[in-house]
Design a protein. Structure first.
Length: 160
């Protein structure tokens, strides 16, 4: 089993390699996420990067994950065309941001979108590092400190 940060880096590399978008990735903090949140993180990152590839007309994207106490902050920042956040998700068939918000909520976190037309976009997903103990108690600190290897089950051809 490959560690989550390495898997995400490879998936991002595959996704942007055909586009010419320069990507920078610093995602080692993903290793601190408990297994219950790893899938949410993988899918949120890949959806965010897919949005950059499909819509942003960006020349570069920065993907970072940092641990801040009992929280992991995942950020996807591009230098693309930006958009009007107030109307995002209104177009039929465009559910990426709606899905990201729902994924953040179901993981116990939140999603903040900073964007403006012509100014690029930053997606900031905050998720708690939570470990569920056998007795049902939640230990947020232990969840962040475990730092175990995790795997990310992403479909092949995620850049479709």
């Amino acid at each position: 089993m490959q560690a989550l940060p390495a898997l995400i880096q490879e998936d991002i590399r595959r996704l942007v390699s055909a586009t010419g978008i320069i990507s920078s990735r610093e995602v080692d903090a993903l290793a601190y996420l408990p297994a219950a949140l790893a899938d949410h993180a993988c899918r949120a990152i890949m959806e965010g990067v897919t949005n950059v590839v499909r819509h942003a007309r960006a020349t570069s994207v920065l993907i970072s994950a940092l641990r801040d106490g009992a929280t992991v902050i995942i950020e996807i920042r591009d230098d693309g065309i930006g958009f009007d956040a107030a109307t995002a998700g209104d177009a039929p068939g465009h559910y990426g941001l709606v899905g990201l918000r729902e994924r953040a909520r179901s993981a116990g976190g939140d999603l903040v979108i900073q964007t403006a037309r012509g100014a690029g976009t930053t997606l900031r997903l905050r998720v708690p590092c939570v470990a569920w103990e056998a007795n049902g108690a939640i230990d947020p600190v232990a969840g962040c400190l475990e730092g175990r290897s995790l795997s990310c089950d992403l479909p092949n051809g995620a850049n479709g």
